[in-house]
Design a protein. Structure first.
Length: 303
């Protein structure tokens, strides 16, 4: 049986090294996501034959993520399969990209059944498009930003620092309260899981290598966002919060953070704004920016 453990901050160096070798654009291949969301999905990690192996329990049940590393992956997948059998659980892999599906079919022809998980597709955008909002398709976003600036002439943008993290946390609590009033108990679990992940990320903001920005209006934080490097050309935006009643607040924090990332990381081509979880409002919002790429996700079950 594979010895899985909850991700610890001390695991970050070796995990990051294997993730760099794999160079995947999917948001699950990021240490912050592995660490911050571990309470919600009981995410656990292990090192098997020079690969990172992840076990988690989500909506489909307990599953594994395709190994991250370099070399012969077939023995590692067989080890995961044996691990599932020893736990008396079906062997299931999730978050497989089309390339990984092809690799699985080549290594184990006909052994697995694959299905798309549309709710898990990641949205990727060219950073220059989000930073500059050029083109007819993003005309509405430019209008929203203009309204925001007209209605909030005192607005300021700044990078998140240790001193401003508490103000972001307070803003998140208020955002959550308003969301609960608006969305009701139906969304309580998802909102609660995200809040716990956010607080864990904030608690270890610098150890996780996070970067972020916030917007103030009359000195009060009304929006913030944060993320970190995902792979060689992609930056992952983990969290983004804004008061929805402030027209253009989301568009503004999105644009300003894209500009911050572009300056600090000129090698970055894409921002991964992660999935929509099947939430209609999120799908509409992410689609309204017209993604340049989608990281398609599939799950595999043993035939």
């Amino acid at each position: 049986m594979i010895h899985f453990q909850l991700p610890r901050l001390s695991d970050k160096p070796w995990v990051d090294d294997l993730l760099r070798q794999a160079n995947y654009r999917g948001c699950e291949y990021n240490f912050t996501n592995l660490y911050a969301w571990s309470p919600a999905y009981d995410q656990r990690i292990a090192r098997v034959d020079g690969f990172l192996v992840t076990h988690l329990c989500g909506s489909l049940g307990c599953s594994y993520i395709y190994p991250a590393g370099q070399g012969d992956v077939a023995p590692v997948i067989r080890a995961m399969e044996r691990d599932a059998a020893e736990r008396d659980k079906p062997f299931r892999m999730v978050c497989l990209t089309p390339r990984q599906v092809e690799e699985m079919e080549a290594l184990f022809p006909g052994e697995f059944h694959f299905e798309a998980d549309r709710d898990g597709f990641d949205y990727l955008y060219e950073i220059d498009r989000l930073a500059d909002l050029t083109g007819k398709k993003l005309h509405a976003k430019r209008n929203h930003i203009n309204r925001f600036m007209e209605n909030n002439p005192s607005w300021t943008y700044e990078e998140i620092t240790p001193e401003t993290l508490p103000a972001c946390l307070e803003m998140d609590k208020e955002w959550y309260r308003r969301s609960m009033v608006r969305e009701g108990l139906a969304e309580e679990r998802d909102l609660g899981d995200e809040g716990r992940a956010l607080r864990l990320a904030m608690e270890h903001y610098h150890e996780l290598g996070l970067e972020g920005g916030l917007i103030r209006v009359y000195g009060e934080v009304v929006a913030f966002t944060m993320g970190d490097m995902l792979c060689a050309d992609t930056f992952d935006v983990h969290f983004e919060k804004a008061y929805g009643e402030l027209q253009g607040a989301y568009a503004m924090i999105n644009r300003e953070f894209a500009r911050q990332v572009r300056v600090r990381h000129p090698e970055i081509k894409y921002l991964n704004r992660e999935d929509d979880m099947g939430v209609e409002g999120l799908r509409k919002a992410k689609g309204s920016y017209y993604p340049d790429l989608m990281v398609e996700k599939y799950f595999a079950t043993k035939e």
